[in-house]
Design a protein around this ligand. Structure first.
Ligand code: BES
Ligand code: ZN
Length: 639
């Protein structure tokens, strides 16, 4: 069955209320009704909201003219490594509008049409990170702007994974934060939302998937149609093309993966629907109909990306025992925090990620129990302390929740602060007002701001007049210190995990020679305990003892990539060379930045730059630009 065979009509989508209906009206080119007073005032409100926040990472001027719907027609060419097509936008314009401005980055613009008539467009000078503004002349009466274009073979969002042996090629996009503009001309600001339809042609034999209603079978002609009825920001535009299969794992959930992985993926993520139900139980109805997961090639630079209706994920979370599903809980949680209520600019990134880590842990607690979620919280605390330590000297302002990324690559601000300091800030509020009140408030927040942007200042106002209206609660939380202050405020909630405490004691005894390797309870430990043990080994652990662990546990062949990673980092730091071939093969196969950065950094910090550069030279061509951007700088790569 093809899910696209029964497309939903705009007007049946009632749950988003007047806002969505207003922005969809007329999106098919006909005007559905004369603009009612309600619609006019809704439009005025949206434009007023747009005026409040300026996104320094977009050239768009939404207060003059903004996109409301995209009709995308495109062809994916694996030989040329390009996407070419036409992006036709429905637009909404201010009374005196004379232009509409789009973001582009290394796109070749072929032609621009305004309501069907060719016009002269202007491409401004290229600026670092943000690309070039594309300015199109319009009038207040303009309804549609069509842009014909081709992307560049080096487009930063795209990774063209080459065929290898009997593995066919694969393409995926990664648009967050400001890379959508490298594969489609768009108003690439998280505060600007639009619905979309797409017709995409890919090589025969491949399935195309988007952040939209998706096919479940490969079409013989390589042509696919998509619809995303709910309005989304450009960073959630996503496309993948490859020889993948579909496997349902629940009423609303399925996995997509290449044939070699589809069984494993279906087993690993069999609990997706349970996570979804738990999430709805906590914070309200899921707004996107289906929640599916696409397992990408190992070169994917992230663990997961919350593309609406279809999370993109690394295959490194397939452990064989369902132990790494927290990542799915995280991306699922974004369906509320991020995809429904969206950070207005990248300076407000913590509103996406901090809320999501909090929500992720609540899902994990609901499904797997408090012990599991407290272990996650403890790891989060450790991550936070380490990150504050790492960036306090260099960029102390980057330890604030509210960031100042103007003129910088927004990627620079995407540190553990947004995630973990954000998480502990929310946890502090929960502990201050009590869980019941907090949950009620958070439900209300998601409902009140669904399909809207949120910036830190507006959030603080909302918080002050709702959850923390009481002076005593305000004083207990100290909002300003958390949001506009550095480091870790002294009222940060404390977490503890008895399991981790036992692991730490075991490690201390083993390190002191009071416990032999044979007596370590490796088999009884769950993966988090193994990870805790390995990641806290002393750097000067003698080679003989590393060899003992290696022989006793066979860590190099574990299916759990988190455990393997912790071992490899330790091996590099302790100069344990028998693991080096595994490090090399791992780094050539896997492009997940969270693993690459610490591994290459460990080589750099221990005087093993030669090895780092040798491996990087072999692996770099297979990495995504997001990963090479970070690694080039870390390793001072000159090519
Ligand atoms: N949205 C992020 C990934 C991202 C952030 C991409 C910033 C580009 C810019 C995603 O939800 C995420 O946080 N992924 C984490 C997962 C984790 C925290 C469970 C990752 O990939 O490691
Ligand atoms: Zn996230």
């Amino acid at each position: 069955m093809n899910l696209l065979s029964a497309p939903m009509r705009w007007h049946t989508l009632v749950f988003t209320g007047a806002l969505l209906l207003a922005s969809c009206a007329g999106s098919d080119g006909t005007s559905t009704a004369s603009e009612s007073e309600n619609e006019t005032s809704a439009k005025a409100q949206r434009i007023a909201a747009m005026k409040q926040v300026t996104d320094q990472h977009s050239f768009a001027r939404p207060e003059e003219a903004r996109i409301t719907h995209l009709d995308w027609n495109a062809r994916v060419d694996f030989d040329a490594r390009t996407i070419s097509g036409t992006a036709t936008y429905d637009i909404e314009v201010a009374e005196d509008a004379q232009r509409i401005v789009f973001d582009t980055h290394e796109l070749a613009i072929k032609e621009v049409l305004v309501d069907g008539e060719p016009v002269e467009h202007t491409l401004g000078a290229a600026q670092p990170f943000i690309g070039q503004p594309l300015t199109v002349p319009i009038t207040p009466a303009t309804k549609k702007v069509a842009i014909k274009y081709t992307s560049s073979p080096g487009a930063d969002a795209l990774l063209w994974v080459e065929a290898q042996g009997d593995k066919p090629p694969f393409l995926f996009t990664q648009s967050q934060a400001i890379l959508a503009r490298t594969w489609i001309p768009v108003q690439d600001s998280p505060g600007i939302r639009f619905s979309y339809d797409a017709d995409v042609e890919v090589p025969k034999g491949m399935m195309a998937l988007m952040s939209a209603e998706n096919p479940t079978e490969t079409n013989a002609d390589g042509r696919y149609s998509f619809r995303m009825a709910q309005p989304i920001p450009a960073y959630l535009l996503a496309l993948a093309a490859g020889e993948v299969e579909f496997r349902s794992v629940g009423e609303r959930c399925a996995v997509y993966a290449v044939p070699e992985l589809i069984d494993k993926a279906a087993y690993e993520f069999a609990e997706m629907e349970q996570l979804l139900l738990a999430a709805e139980e906590l914070y309200g109805r899921y707004a996107w109909d289906r929640y599916d997961l696409l397992i990408l090639p190992a070169a994917f630079p992230f663990g997961g990306m919350e593309n609406p209706r279809l999370t993109f994920a690394t295959p490194t979370i397939i452990a064989g025992d369902r132990s790494l599903v927290a990542l799915v809980a995280h991306e699922l949680a974004h369906s509320w925090s991020g995809n429904l209520v969206t950070n207005s600019t990248w300076d407000d990134f913590w509103l996406n990620e901090g809320f999501t880590v909090y929500f992720e842990q609540r899902i994990m607690e609901a499904v797997y129990g408090r012990e599991t979620s407290e272990m996650l919280a403890t790891l989060s605390y450790q991550g936070l302390v380490d990150e504050v330590d790492a960036i306090s000297d260099l960029n102390p302002d980057d330890t604030h929740l509210k960031l100042h990324l103007a003129g910088r690559n927004p990627d620079d601000g995407m540190t553990a602060i947004a995630y973990d300091k954000g998480y502990f800030f929310l946890r502090l509020m929960e502990e201050t007002v009590g869980r019941e009140r907090f949950d009620e408030w958070l439900n209300g927040y998601f409902e009140a701001y669904a399909f809207k942007g949120m910036d830190t200042e507006r959030f603080v106002e909302y918080l002050n007049s709702t959850l923390l209206a009481d002076d005593a609660d305000k004083a207990a939380v100290r909002i300003e210190d958390w949001i506009y202050g550095p480091g870790l405020p002294s009222n940060c909630p404390s977490v503890s995990s008895p399991r981790f405490e036992r692991v730490d004691a075991t490690l201390a005894a083993w390190g002191a020679g009071d416990l032999s390797t044979a007596d370590l309870p490796w088999e009884e430990w769950i993966y988090q305990e193994r990870y805790r043990f390995l990641s806290n080994l002393a750097d000067d652990t003698p080679t003989e003892r590393m060899a003992e662990l290696d022989a006793a546990w066979g860590i190099g062949s574990t299916g759990n990539n988190e455990v393997l990673f912790a071992w490899m980092e330790q091996a590099i730091r302790s100069n344990y060379t028998p693991t080096y071939p595994r490090v090399e093969s791992f780094l050539i196969e896997v492009g997940r930045r969270k693993f690459l950065t610490p591994l290459y950094r460990a080589m750099k910090e221990t005087g093993q730059m030669e090895m780092a550069l040798d491996i990087y030279g072999k692996a770099r061509g297979g990495y995504h630009s997001v990963a090479t951007g970070t690694m080039d700088e870390l390793l001072d790569w000159k090519g």
